[in-house]
Design a protein around this ligand. Structure first.
Ligand code: MN
Length: 742
């Protein structure tokens, strides 16, 4: 049995004569006797006539291209509709043919497939970022509708890469880049191993011709050194297996320059350190025999540590199964072996095409009802489908690109739990990603890790074969927010974000409830959730918890909530419901006449600096903002320094006491609070009890003993502010409260 597939044979530059019509049809019939012969004949003749005397860059008749593409797909043994589609894949774009015409002549199925290919033909997948994301989106949408579109596209790209030499140089590089970045990984994802390998090797030749040439030279050298080592080693392996009573087919192959290059980079080897250039494959009938072969090999030759991988018990995501091992073979040469069954070999060579279910996979219901899709195969589709779902969930192109790149361009690392369970992660993943891949609860409680038995930092990037033990602590309920930026997997990132949001949400709901309770107490009113359910919708918030959270976060002033509850009647000065805010969300002053400007030629809009706030009683100045209006700062604001030279921008301002009307003005204060239960609520109580609003409360620093809060409160005037600062500074939970002058 020859394992050099026809696909690889095609890569050798021997020019084979154009396949004839009957050869193509015979070939399809040889693996699918039920194929629609007439359809294939018609598609062949139609495409040949449509392309007429068009020529390829190579000077060949254009029709040789769709024919070669069809030929590649017959090697993958695809169905008649796919082969017909391959023949027709360029006619809509390049000739007078219309899709309607294709549908009339060949039916809706083939027209649909040709349409998919026509849609993606001009997409530039490696253009500037935004366009790239959008194009990648269109591309994945088109190919996910029917995986046969992708298979034809991959074959199309493979033939174009084989004939790339005829293209002008600047185009060559771009096509090769796109092949390396998008098409080769996609072929790998679909389990088309040989297609992937050839695409990578052809692209590598163009992208890094020097490295390619050097490696090829080195391969020649090594081969010359030991003339027929390949057949020698093959014979040795056969002998060993025979002695152990195993029937198997053994074949050897030379590795491709690109796979050697990848290994050199991954293992940081120099070219002279590259010695294993041959790979051997042992193919048996039954799964048990794979392990018998492995036993026989390991008993005979010494195993090279770290190279044994059992992808039979734990298949790759694309369904690939095999045992990999490397031993010190005859003459001490490293010998790399892949051991698999005939069926596994099928899948390894042909990927999704090996399953014959690819037609149904675009219709999940159909395949679930009729054909049982083995879990390992449906992975290739589910990945595509997942990608498309993300698109439909309306992820931004940028975010989408980030995900896709991670999952498409990054190889995987295989790691193990101490119990031996396999965890597959993208390359670059950390122990934190690992913890989240095990379980979200584990991730959230992670405090440390041991990798291969040694304590390591949680941010350690994992390598293939690492055994990772996660150390958790019940004391950690919420993972550090900073992890979100450090992890690689989407799962970990969103779990960390969610845990943090949920944790602070609970805090803020509690705070909102506290604030409200204090006020209601003073008004002799009991907190009643039913009443809140009536009140919050008046403020545009439908859910009570959302409302309390917004209150706690200062997004809704407590006065508004009380008013919405119908508690307008205030009981004396002490319990006055906080007044209306003097400024809107942007700091725009909405109390007319509150500030008097001297020497201002016209009525410019006035806003209070959101950086510092400013309250009546504080000395203030205005700064002209390039004709847009005037920003009010307290005179002590450090921000004013940068306007020192620009005296023409200064505006003389004063508060107009008569017009203030009890409105609340913003003042930014900094509060350092002891870390103890109820401290935050106490701060809120002090501020709320004195008729001020907490507009914004941001924790800026959290040490073990103290919290720093950067707070915007709303007060009537400087006396009111000073009263609050004094009360805060008297409170045992507050270490220090100061007006911000930043
Ligand atoms: Mn084409």
């Amino acid at each position: 049995m020859s394992t050099i597939s026809p696909i690889i044979a095609g890569a050798k530059k021997q020019k084979r004569p154009m396949m004839r019509q009957y050869e193509l049809v015979e070939k399809v019939l040889s693996y699918d006797p039920d194929a629609d012969e007439d359809l294939l004949h018609r598609a062949y003749v139609y495409a040949m006539k449509a392309h007429g005397d068009q020529k390829r860059a190579s000077g060949d008749p254009y029709f040789s291209h769709p024919l070669e593409v069809a030929g590649i797909l017959t090697d993958l043994r695809l169905d008649d509709a796919t082969i017909a589609t391959a023949l027709l894949h360029d006619v809509v774009e390049d000739t007078d043919t219309t899709l309607a015409g294709i549908e009339r002549l060949f039916g809706a199925e083939i027209a649909g497939l040709v349409e998919g290919l026509t849609k993606i033909r001009r997409l530039d997948l490696i253009s500037r970022e935004a366009a790239q994301a959008e194009n990648l989106r269109k591309f994945l949408l088109a190919v996910s509708r029917d995986v046969r579109v992708l298979l034809v596209k991959l074959a199309d790209r493979l033939h174009n890469m084989r004939t790339l030499g005829f293209m002008p140089e600047h185009k060559r590089k771009r096509i090769a880049e796109e092949t390396m970045d998008i098409y080769a990984p996609l072929a790998g994802r679909m389990g088309l191993h040989t297609v992937r390998e050839e695409l990578e090797d052809l692209a590598f030749q163009v992208l890094n011709p020097q490295a390619y040439t050097q490696i090829r030279e080195r391969l020649r050298e090594l081969e010359a050194e030991s003339a027929d080592t390949l057949t020698e080693i093959q014979g040795e392996i056969e002998k060993v297996l025979k002695r152990h009573g195993v029937t198997a087919q053994v074949s050897g192959r030379r590795k491709k320059p690109y796979s050697i290059w990848r290994k050199m980079r991954m293992k940081r080897l120099s070219l002279s350190q590259v010695t294993d250039i041959f790979g051997f494959r042992v193919i048996v009938d039954e799964v048990e025999e794979c392990y018998r072969v492995l036993g026989a090999i390991h008993q005979t030759w010494k195993i090279v540590p770290g190279r044994f991988k059992d992808y039979i018990s734990t298949p790759k995501l694309n369904g690939y199964r095999s045992i990999h091992t490397t031993v010190r073979g005859p003459k001490g040469r490293p010998v790399e072996l892949q051991i698999r069954t005939t069926r596994m070999h099928e899948v390894a060579e042909r990927g999704v095409a090996a399953h014959g279910i690819y037609k149904d996979a675009r219709d999940q219901e159909e395949s679930e009802a009729g054909v049982t899709v083995p879990a390992e195969i449906s992975n290739a589709y589910s990945w595509l489908r997942e990608m498309v779902e993300r698109l439909e969930e309306g992820e931004t192109p940028r975010g989408f690109l980030e995900h896709t790149k991670l999952e498409l361009f990054t190889d995987q690392v295989f790691c193990f739990t101490p119990k031996g369970d396999l965890i597959v992660l993208p390359r670059g993943a950390t122990a934190i990603d690992f913890a989240y891949a095990v379980h979200t609860d584990v991730g959230n409680a992670t405090v440390g890790c041991r990798i291969n038995g040694h304590h390591e930092p949680l941010l350690t990037q994992l390598n293939n074969g690492d055994e990772v033990e996660i150390i958790t602590s019940r004391a950690q309920e919420v993972p550090p927010e900073a992890w979100e930026k450090l992890v690689v997997t989407g799962k970990a990132r969103s779990a960390i974000r969610r845990a943090n949001r949920l944790a602070s949400r609970a805090d803020y709901i509690g705070l909102g409830e506290d604030i409200l309770e204090r006020w209601l107490e003073k008004l002799d009113h009991r907190l009643d959730k039913g009443e809140l359910a009536q009140a919050f919708p008046k403020l545009g918030v439908l859910d009570v918890e959302d409302g309390l959270e917004a209150l706690g976060r200062g997004e809704i002033p407590v006065g508004d909530v009380l008013r919405a509850m119908g508690l307008d009647g205030a009981k004396g000065e002490e319990t006055a419901i906080p007044g209306k805010r003097a400024t809107d969300a942007e700091g725009q002053l909405n109390v007319r006449g509150a500030v008097i400007a001297r020497g201002l030629e016209r009525d410019l809009p006035i806003r209070i600096s959101p950086l510092t706030g400013a309250v009546p009683g504080e000395r203030i100045v205005g700064i002209r903002e390039g004709g847009e209006g005037v920003t009010v700062y307290p005179i002590f604001a450090a921000a004013l320094e940068k306007y020192e030279e620009a005296t023409n921008r200064w505006v003389d301002l004063a508060w107009n006491e008569a017009e203030l009307d009890g409105a609340l003005f913003p003042a930014r204060i900094m509060i350092v609070v002891h870390n103890e239960v109820g401290a935050l609520a106490e701060v809120a109580r002090i501020i709320g009890e004195r008729g001020a609003n907490i507009e914004n409360l941001i924790m800026t620093h959290r040490a073990s003993d103290f919290y720093d809060f950067d707070t915007m409160i709303e007060v009537r005037d400087l006396d009111h502010l000073n009263d609050i600062l004094a009360s805060l500074n008297h409170s045992p939970v507050v270490s220090q409260a100061t007006r911000f002058s930043g």
